[in-house]
Design a protein around this ligand. Structure first.
Ligand SMILES: *[C@@H]1O[C@H](CO)[C@@H](O)[C@H](O)[C@H]1NC(C)=O
Ligand SMILES: *[C@@H]1O[C@H](CO)[C@@H](O)[C@H](O)[C@H]1NC(C)=O
Ligand SMILES: *[C@@H]1O[C@H](CO)[C@@H](O)[C@H](O)[C@H]1NC(C)=O
Ligand SMILES: *[C@@H]1O[C@H](CO)[C@@H](O)[C@H](O)[C@H]1NC(C)=O
Ligand SMILES: *[C@@H]1O[C@H](CO)[C@@H](O)[C@H](O)[C@H]1NC(C)=O
Ligand SMILES: *[C@@H]1O[C@H](CO)[C@@H](O)[C@H](O)[C@H]1NC(C)=O
Length: 378
């Protein structure tokens, strides 16, 4: 399951091109370059320590359980939703993705699995493993969301259902990261985040809204599951889902995390396959989104995120015959459980949501990288 030999052809030329592609976004090419260099150094170290995991019994046993669990989850979801049509078991074709990541928009590379395909072929996470040593959390991270599996709310959450399973593996031990508290946040189908109030991306109910945000705690196999929707796109960024992992944070009786507790062990963004994105965005209400689309190839952070050691695209299958039935998606992420990014420039808190509502973090400009007002990151 921990497979490291994949290489994405991310040419320097493509990075340069992307930096100049969006002059309005205030991307400092020197900063991007420095971040990439730093990431490569960290990735190389982590890759070495992960090499040992490939043959680890622990990792193999974990993978066997993961395949069974994903298969079970899909069957349960299908039963619960009364889906009888045969699922379209689609899996990304890695070779096609690599071609595509190198800025070839070839959309032919989706494998169509017959129902005879073994579970292990469909539900392994071989290509989705390992190490995103942190990309910015952007200007929209809100502290104080509640622990809940279903992050959809009655308003502003319509879209294609996504049951997202994320499994965290500790790169130091090859074992699952247990008890981690994982924050998820993403834009809704028309590309707007809750909990923020900024021109250009203004959430209805402003700071007080919480749709498509929530927290789950990893189980013994390092797994969290969220019920969410496929994120919509918004100006300047490729379609993505944010994830942030805390260790040793305290859960209060109102199911929020106590401010200032725990470490930040991982900050990442999942990106979504382009063929899938366009299929989703042909449906209502995605097709009412008037913001401009940014492809993965043009997104500054997807290229930073997808290096030779990390594939930021979740695997996915259709639960039923079409997108109305929803998707099950999964990814494994290798993290360094002893690291703490609390003081990293990529970590910034846009707002705190409390009993009396949400409040802008007036201090967030001091956090560097992902802060609103000046930083390019979204
Ligand atoms: C697109 O992908 C298909 C299948 O992967 C391949 O046969 C075809 O040659 C590709 N076309 C281009 C222009 O890369
Ligand atoms: C993982 O990838 C390797 C190399 O591509 C392959 O040999 C192996 O069978 C794959 N394992 C699974 C579970 O898909
Ligand atoms: C997304 O949220 C914004 C405001 O927060 C709202 O105006 C819009 O209707 C929502 N989109 C959908 C599809 O619910
Ligand atoms: C933090 O959490 C990890 C993983 O759950 C655990 O192994 C470690 O002992 C905890 N550290 C402290 C200081 O509580
Ligand atoms: C994990 O993080 C710790 C603390 O920052 C660091 O000392 C260690 O080298 C890291 N391990 C790897 C494999 O990167
Ligand atoms: C949860 O409880 C804490 C501690 O009492 C409080 O500070 C926070 O505002 C509460 N959050 C919500 C959303 O009620």
């Amino acid at each position: 399951m921990i497979h490291l030999s994949k290489t994405l052809a991310v040419a320097a030329a493509c990075l340069t091109g992307l930096v100049v592609a969006h002059p309005g976004e205030k991307v400092d090419s020197h900063i991007v370059k420095r971040e990439i260099d730093a990431r490569e150094a960290i990735a190389a170290a982590a890759k070495r320590s992960l090499g040992a995991c490939e043959s680890s019994v622990l990792a193999r046993e974990l993978n066997t359980r993961s395949v069974a669990r994903r298969s079970r989850t899909v069957n349960q979801l299908r039963d619960k939703r009364g889906i009888n049509t045969s699922p379209q078991k689609w899996r990304r074709d890695l070779a096609a993705l690599e071609v595509w990541e190198a800025i070839d928009h070839n959309e032919t590379g989706i494998l169509d699995y017959s129902s005879a395909t073994p579970e292990s072929t469909i539900f392994s996470a071989n290509t989705s493993c390992i190490l995103a040593p942190t990309v910015t959390d952007g200007p929209y991270y809100v502290w104080g969301e509640v622990v809940r599996q279903n992050v959809k709310e009655a308003s502003y959450s319509d879209g294609v259902d996504v049951f997202l399973e994320v499994q965290y593996i500790d790169i130091n031990t090859c074992g699952p990261v247990q008890g981690a508290l994982v924050d998820i946040w993403q834009a809704n189908a028309t590309g707007v985040y809750s909990g923020i109030s900024e021109s250009g991306n203004y959430a209805a109910d402003g700071w007080d809204s919480t749709y498509l945000r929530g927290i789950q705690q990893t189980d013994d196999d390092g797994v969290v599951e969220f019920e969410t929707i496929f994120p919509g796109h918004y100006d300047g960024r490729a379609t993505h889902t944010h994830l942030l992992t805390h260790l040793n944070a305290t859960i209060l009786s109102n199911q929020t995390l106590e401010i200032g507790t725990g470490s930040v062990t991982h900050i990442g963004q999942l990106f979504w396959n382009e063929v899938l994105r366009s299929a989703v965005e042909d449906t209502y209400p995605y097709n009412t989104n008037t913001q401009s689309i940014t492809s993965n190839a043009d997104d500054m952070w997807s290229v930073v995120q997808a290096d030779s050691a990390y594939d930021p695209f979740p695997e996915y299958i259709y639960l039923g015959g079409d997108l109305d039935d929803g998707l099950f998606a999964w990814i494994q992420i290798g993290i360094n459980a002893t690291a703490d990014y609390t003081d990293n420039s990529y970590y910034s808190i846009a707002a705190y949501i409390e009993a009396d509502g949400g409040h802008e973090n007036t201090d967030s400009s001091s956090e560097g990288g992902g802060s609103p007002g000046g930083a390019p990151n979204k």
